[in-house]
Design a protein around this ligand. Structure first.
Ligand SMILES: *[C@@H]1O[C@H](CO)[C@@H](O)[C@H](O)[C@H]1NC(C)=O
Ligand SMILES: *[C@@H]1O[C@H](CO)[C@@H](O)[C@H](O)[C@H]1NC(C)=O
Ligand SMILES: *[C@@H]1O[C@H](CO)[C@@H](O)[C@H](O)[C@H]1NC(C)=O
Ligand SMILES: *[C@@H]1O[C@H](CO)[C@@H](O)[C@H](O)[C@H]1NC(C)=O
Ligand SMILES: *[C@@H]1O[C@H](CO)[C@@H](O)[C@H](O)[C@H]1NC(C)=O
Ligand SMILES: *[C@@H]1O[C@H](CO)[C@@H](O)[C@H](O)[C@H]1NC(C)=O
Ligand SMILES: *[C@@H]1O[C@H](CO)[C@@H](O)[C@H](O)[C@H]1NC(C)=O
Ligand SMILES: *[C@@H]1O[C@H](CO)[C@@H](O)[C@H](O)[C@H]1NC(C)=O
Length: 543
């Protein structure tokens, strides 16, 4: 019997399958027939081998990873134009049967190797990431041309989609069985575009603070910057003023609404912050108060929190992140991304300056929608409906200095309204939005610089790679395990538990744990140890 052709074939198949996930399988791996996809290199990393890889956007230098095979691809994105994207697929020997695509940030061009290595491979996922079609840093836009239309489309959505397709095929050929499920995990360029336009790509998606409304976000960034700069104007506030005059007053007015004076505002909408209390009185020490010009600038900066702004729609800063807002407003990343966007993708004028901005430019930008990067369609039924059954988890920090919390709430609410008006779907069964009080943009990466405190470690990207791993890999503490459990076992996350490590570094030990609440619920202190998540509940606050 064993010599029958069937068993010989079976034996061959098993023999080959057994070698997948080994050094020779990796080195010998070749791609069979994926149109427009070329394999350029395979490299095997044994367990605990040094993985020291860097590109224009991302790097990793670790020697504690499990064994994996690194496959590098070039994907032709438009054969006529000759445009292409670089994509990598990291294939762990000890595979869990799933694919995980990790996202990018801003205008960046670079495979997100740091998250492939810190999140995907250690948890057994085959990881996929792309450079989005160009090489460059987060706020570098020169690659876009002007008029480098195919690169802009690749960045806007095409490279990720083609990489997911190629990545799934590489996984299938390498392990000789297709992946059971496909996931996405990202922060900042969180891929709602895939959810809306390529619903088959993923079964479960986790997006943090997604820049999904590019046209409005970039215009808003410039608008916010102009409320502050130039530094010679009477409304300008120094970083010292933000940190030492404004921040303490915000806490004085708003911190205790949630029952605990801990420097974290759990739901900023419960407090009507009034900056005018800081107006200098005659004879007052000028280092303890603000001028009328500065106060009116603050009214504009917080304007959309008081009342929805009809130009930008999704809202401005919320009280609570003042220690970080100076760097968001004046600084560096946000304003540089916005400027590059207008220079290279909208006006095609590399001499364009932010002082040339006025709101009429928003209409032009909306019309162009460079790279079709806007992802604001509320109709996500193809992804979450019964035919595909996808699940979506989104999160945001209430103290985000780059993307207003109002952006997350606005998108969630438009989907909510759409589902109510057009479907029988209950949003809670398909899409959940979690808030992280006190967290800045995507967590400790940015907060460390100014000592922000938030339970900002819960298993997403930019956390483990910034010394803030989740407290445990279970579905309560690890948002990736939560989406997997929701997709595969139908158990939706009610709350998550985030951890703050002292100075945002696990080496310093746990500072506190806190529940992350599902919108529209918010965190409320019940009493007891303020460092323990068990002392809090998620409750409904009338905003
Ligand atoms: C390919 O695999 C064979 C055994 O399966 C091995 O002997 C050979 O060294 C491998 N080639 C490379 C380049 O690793
Ligand atoms: C892919 O490989 C084919 C065949 O070797 C080659 O003609 C083509 O130029 C390659 N494409 C890219 C983008 O490198
Ligand atoms: C990783 O590479 C960088 C740059 O090539 C080098 O400076 C660094 O020392 C390397 N790390 C290790 C552990 O070898
Ligand atoms: C591919 O590039 C060519 C040349 O730039 C352009 O005319 C065409 O519209 C592009 N195709 C797609 C699908 O983007
Ligand atoms: C894929 O799922 C099937 C069914 O649950 C399971 O038997 C199989 O082991 C999974 N594959 C992998 C590679 O984990
Ligand atoms: C900038 O160039 C793009 C094409 O690359 C074009 O669609 C757009 O209209 C141009 N913008 C202006 C203001 O002319
Ligand atoms: C707004 O900017 C455009 C150029 O982008 C300019 O043509 C227009 O005159 C400006 N409008 C106002 C009211 O300043
Ligand atoms: C929503 O999208 C689905 C599938 O993409 C489509 O069939 C349906 O008509 C859309 N619903 C509305 C109200 O536009």
């Amino acid at each position: 019997m064993p010599s029958s052709p069937f068993f010989v074939l079976l034996g061959l198949f098993l023999g080959v399958a057994a070698t997948s996930g080994s050094e020779s399988a990796c080195s010998n791996f070749t791609l069979v027939d994926i149109p427009n996809v070329n394999l350029t290199a395979t490299t095997y990393f044994a367990a605990n081998a040094l993985v020291n890889i860097s590109n224009a956007y991302s790097s990793i230098d670790e020697s504690n990873l499990p064994a994996f095979c690194r496959v590098e691809l070039v994907i032709t994105t438009n054969a006529t134009a000759g445009s292409s994207a670089l994509t990598e697929v990291w294939l762990p020997d000890d595979w869990n049967g799933r694919v995980l695509t990790v996202g990018n940030g801003g205008l960046a061009g670079g495979v997100t190797v740091t998250e492939l290595g810190h999140v995907a491979v250690p948890q057994g996922f085959a990881g996929v990431s792309t450079n989005t079609g160009h090489d460059g840093g987060t706020d570098d836009g020169a690659w876009a041309g002007p008029h480098n239309d195919n690169a802009i489309v690749d960045w806007g959505h095409r490279a990720v989609h083609l990489s997911v397709l190629a990545g799934k095929e590489v996984v299938k050929q390498y392990y000789q069985t297709p992946a059971n499920k496909s996931y996405y995990l990202g922060c900042s360029t969180g891929d709602l575009k895939e959810v809306q336009d390529f619903p088959e790509d993923f079964d479960g998606v986790v997006v943090g603070a997604p820049a999904n409304w590019w046209t409005h976000l970039q215009a808003w960034s410039i608008h916010m910057n102009l409320n502050t700069e130039p530094s010679t104007s009477p409304h300008f506030m120094t970083e010292d003023m933000w940190q030492n005059i404004l921040a303490p007053e915000v806490m004085r007015q708003c911190d205790e609404y949630d029952g605990l004076a801990d420097g974290i505002i759990n739901d900023p909408r419960t407090c009507s912050f009034r900056p005018e209390t800081l107006t200098c009185r005659p004879g007052q020490d000028a280092t303890t108060c603000l001028t009328a010009d500065q106060i009116s600038a603050l009214h504009r900066i917080y304007a959309d929190y008081y009342e929805a702004d009809q130009t930008y729609v999704f809202g401005g800063y919320y009280p609570g992140g003042e220690k970080r807002y100076y760097s968001g407003l004046v600084g560096k990343t946000q304003f540089k991304i916005g400027r590059a966007y207008f220079q290279f993708m909208v006006t095609n004028d590399t001499t364009w300056k932010i002082h040339d901005y006025n709101a009429t430019l928003l209409a032009l930008t909306d019309k162009l929608d460079p790279g079709q990067a806007n992802a604001i369609n509320p109709n996500i039924t193809a992804f979450i409906g019964p035919e595909h059954n996808g699940k979506l988890i989104q999160y945001f920090g209430w103290a985000d200095e780059l993307i207003s919390p109002g952006n997350a709430i606005h998108y969630y609410e438009t989907v909510h309204q759409f589902l109510r008006a057009n479907t029988h779907l209950n949003i809670n069964d398909v899409y959940r939005l979690f808030s992280v009080p006190g967290m800045n943009h995507c967590g400790p990466l940015l907060t460390t610089r100014q000592g922000g405190q938030a339970a900002n470690a819960f298993g997403s990207v930019e956390q483990a790679s910034n010394n803030s791993p989740p407290l445990s890999l279970d579905a309560e503490h690890n948002i990736l395990a939560a989406i997997v459990r929701w997709v595969e076992e139908g158990v939706a996350p009610d709350t998550l538990t985030g951890v703050y490590y002292h100075d945002n570094d696990v080496a310093n030990g746990v500072g506190f744990t806190r529940p992350l609440c599902r919108y529209p619920y918010n965190l409320r202190y019940l009493g007891g140890d303020p460092d323990s998540a068990e002392s809090f509940e998620c409750a409904f606050n009338q905003a």
